[in-house]
Every structure is written in structure tokens, then in C-alpha cells.
Design a protein around this ligand. Structure first.
Ligand code: ZN
Length: 262
């Protein structure tokens, strides 16, 4: 049986069919494509990526595989920024070789889980809490913190908020006590990262350090995974759709009739 070639480079064997674009990618072209998205996401804060500026990268406790994979990619591109690069990792990973070349220091945070049930909003809240605690240990204080959250996290967050009748917030850029928290891969599917993790061997050596999800959260995760497979265009449009809804809500709130009681 003949091997399928990568539709981007046309020379290496394709290892991944990316449904959203119809591309068949080799591991190297998949990595390049994710790095391109990472750079594009970071371009929103390019003024903060100056030489010697302090950069904080967080591996959330429930996104360990994605976290280490993106750390690997950040490590590869970070030297072009010339910043001082710290990584924050859960203490469950103290025995895992993270081995980034340019990381100035790895700080471990203690993770106390109340239970295994964690939804996207809780992950974001725990990231904010961990950053708030640990930026105090760094002098000067980092102006920028980066997370490995993906479009799936964003979609799961939107779905769980909408079920509860709440308007989800913008996750692209969050401010935490003067530090900007950016999710540069908020437009990239988690599947892309996991396939790359598998081909880099990261998936195999860190999977035992990952925490399981509870059943309720699994339902939302699986719903989004199914939606990504069958209607990926809906998931890709979510950030823009939500931004439009927010702008209409803001407009409505300014309109006097919005405040009038029936
Ligand atoms: Zn290729």
C-alpha cells in the first residue's frame, strides 16, 4: 500500500488528517503550522516581548500534555524575543524532565485538588490564582503570562457558561493585577496539539501525571470533540460570534429602553 504524502511539503509521509482544512500533514509541517499560530497569537502582545522582559508560562494542572508540548514550541521560538523565560508547573511534575533550553527557571506550584471535576472556567480561575500567588516570587514582576489553552477550552467554557445562562467573557486577553494573561492558541484545536504531543513522544511519558475528569465534564469535552469533527466551522466561528454578541449586549446596555421595566 502506498504511503500518503503531506499536502504541504509533498515529500514526507502524512501522519494527520486535519479535518478543518482538509490537509494531510506530516509531523514537521504540523509543528510548523502550530508555531505559526503561536507566533500570530503572541503578535497581539509584541510590545511586551522585548529583550530581558520577564515572561511567565504556565502549565495548568489539567492541561499537562498540551502544556509541555507548547513549552517545547515556545522554547524553540523564545530566543528570538530574548526575554527571561520562567515556567510554572504543578508539583506533580517535579520528576518529569521538562528540559527546555531557554527556560530561566522552573517554579513548581502546589496543586490541591478538591476533586477530579474541573471545568474550563475553573481551570481559568485556577490559572489566575496560581499566577497571582507566584508573580510575588518574581522580581521584577512579569508583564506577560502565557497559557496553553486551546479553542476546545474556549468552546467548552462558552458551552458551560451558556448552559448556566451566563454571557462568557473574552478569553483571548485577560488582565491579572497588572500582568497580561494571553492564550495565544485560543484559535487552535486541541487535537492538533495532542497529535504533535504523540509524535514527539510527550504523550507517552506524561500521561500518567494527568488528572482524570469527572463524568459531567467529560460530557462537555466529548460534545465539543464531536462538534469539532462534524461541524468544525461552528467551533472556529465561536470567538468571533461571541465578540459580536458581546458588542450587541454592550450597545443594548447603553440604550435607555434596555433599562426600562416592562
Ligand atoms: Zn510536510
Amino acid at each position: 500500500m502506498s504511503k500518503e504524502l503531506c499536502s504541504v511539503c509533498g515529500s514526507r509521509e502524512a501522519v494527520y488528517f486535519r479535518r478543518a482544512s482538509g490537509e494531510k500533514l506530516c509531523a514537521r509541517c504540523l509543528e510548523r503550522s502550530i508555531i505559526k499560530n503561536l507566533r500570530r497569537g503572541l503578535s497581539r502582545v509584541k510590545d511586551l516581548l522585548k529583550p530581558k522582559s520577564i515572561l511567565l508560562y504556565i502549565i495548568p494542572p489539567f492541561r499537562v500534555i498540551e502544556g509541555i508540548t507548547i513549552l517545547y514550541l515556545l522554547d524553540a521560538i523564545e530566543k528570538s524575543f530574548g526575554s527571561v523565560f520562567y515556567a510554572l508547573a504543578p508539583n506533580t511534575l517535579t520528576n518529569v524532565k521538562l528540559s527546555p533550553r531557554n527556560v530561566y527557571g522552573i517554579l513548581y506550584y502546589k496543586y490541591h485538588s478538591e476533586g477530579p471535576c474541573v471545568e474550563a472556567k475553573e481551570i481559568i480561575d485556577s490559572i489566575i490564582a496560581i499566577i497571582t500567588t507566584h508573580i510575588r516570587r518574581l522580581e521584577p514582576k512579569p508583564k506577560l503570562a502565557i497559557t496553553p489553552l486551546t479553542l476546545n477550552d474556549f468552546a467548552e467554557y462558552v458551552l458551560s457558561r451558556t448552559i448556566k445562562g451566563e454571557l462568557p467573557e473574552d478569553l483571548g486577553l485577560i488582565r491579572v493585577n497588572g500582568t497580561i494573561l494571553i492564550n495565544p492558541l485560543i484559535n487552535t484545536l486541541r487535537e492538533d496539539i495532542l497529535v504533535l504531543a504523540y509524535h514527539k513522544g510527550i504523550f507517552r511519558y506524561v500521561r500518567d501525571f494527568c488528572v482524570n475528569y469527572c463524568e459531567d465534564y467529560k460530557v462537555i469535552t466529548e460534545l465539543i470533540a464531536e462538534l469539532c469533527k462534524e461541524h468544525h466551522e461552528v467551533v472556529y466561528r465561536l470567538p468571533r460570534t461571541l465578540e459580536l454578541i458581546r458588542s450587541y449586549v454592550r450597545k443594548g446596555a447603553q440604550h435607555p429602553s434596555f433599562l426600562r421595566l416592562p
